[in-house]
Write a protein that binds this ligand. Sequence first.
Ligand code: SF4
Length: 479
Amino acid sequence: MAHLSGTDRSQLLLLPEAVDDYVGPDNPVRFIEAFVDGLDLAAVGFERVAAKETGRPGFDPADMLKLYIYGYVNRVRSSRRLEAEAHRNIEVIWLLRHLTPDFRTIAAFRRINHSAFRKVFREFVILCRQLDLFGRELLAVDGTRIKAVNNKDRNFTRGALSKFIREADEKLADYMKRLDDGDAEEERVGGDSRGSGCKIAEKIAAIRDKRARHKAMLEELDRTGEDQISLTDPDARAMARMTKVGVGYNVQLAVDTKHKLIAEQEVCNQVIDLGLLAPTVEAAMKTLGVETIEAVADRGYFKIEDIEACEAAGITAYVPKPLRGPAVAQGFFPKEAFSYDAAADTYTCPAGQTLRPRYYGKLRENVKVVYCDRKVCKSCGLRPSCTSKSYRGVTRLENEAVLDRMAARLETRPDILDIRRENVEHPFGTIKQWMNQGAFLMRGLENVRGEFSLTALAYNIKRAITIVGVQGLIAAARA
Ligand code: SF4
């Protein structure tokens, strides 16, 4: 049997007469059109919203925004590929009414309007809020690292620069000695060592040159107070090794657990997540229009000042305590094995002994108190499992009650960490794999923020279409 052969290219067909006939009522481009047309682009912050009185007419920012939203929803992010789609893709032809901006114009639009994309993202969150797609009760917060346009060979930490300069100095000293030895040998035997001497001189010049560049970078770090420098994208940072991203950015998401929609997103170049919980959730609360909310995050966010800031902002935080500290590292009883009695201000140790406050000190902004009882520890049979010293001291910060309250909450919600994982992994997985967001295309923190706002917006649009359909979204956008 023959294969399917298609139709004859010269056969006359009764094709639809208008481009509009090719775009069905449930095509997402119809929502993109309705959504962008409903935005006040000047208020959102787009440039050149009003057409110029004179000169060659430019493209309407509304059309360019539609093109970008369409591109990000359909995994087309590069300006050259968007230009190509405007020529051959019937959905884009419909969306742009046959307009065909070139890639330079498309790229410039994204570069100029990076800060407005974030506001567009928030406008869509507000639209989803009106459709009751956000539960506004629990947010799952997490961060991921996304690669920047900066090879790791073009990123230098202060330590790496100092090491290189030290090694260069050692090599230079060695080469200089070899040159001197060569000269002495030449004088002694009356031979000619100019050949090898030239080669060494070339090597010395190359090392000196490289050393000077590294020294200049180190001086730049001293001047700025930073601890690393990236040459291609100066805002990008070398991320922690276990993230597999050499040099990149830290992307934070606050995901509403009702429908796994992104309530807030932020990109920063901080390597670790410590201290990012309260600011991320507070920004989400503003967009969601709530005074209080619950937020769950992983151990990487465990920082007492951040948990305190959450309480002050009306955020009920759930962050498990990481198992770290010298006692854990040495295999002794962790601090959790000691129970605190707030009324008596004492700890009860694993041997059932009462430890009272003894020493006071300063740790960060908080007063640190050490609870211990040297006498009972001395004769304790559990001491080998408790400490390598003559007694065990348990430290407590002045504001540690905030952590006790959170630990008590976590005990009542044992399922909440699984809820966090299920909810936050969905958008990250989708963004990184399905949406092909393996790396940023733009350079600079502000540009990258704009780029990720488009990515998060595209994720939310796809998700909302799955939940309420294109027609439901169009009706909400036009309401
Ligand atoms: S060593 Fe001291 S703190 Fe540790 S279990 Fe014994 S009595 Fe308690």
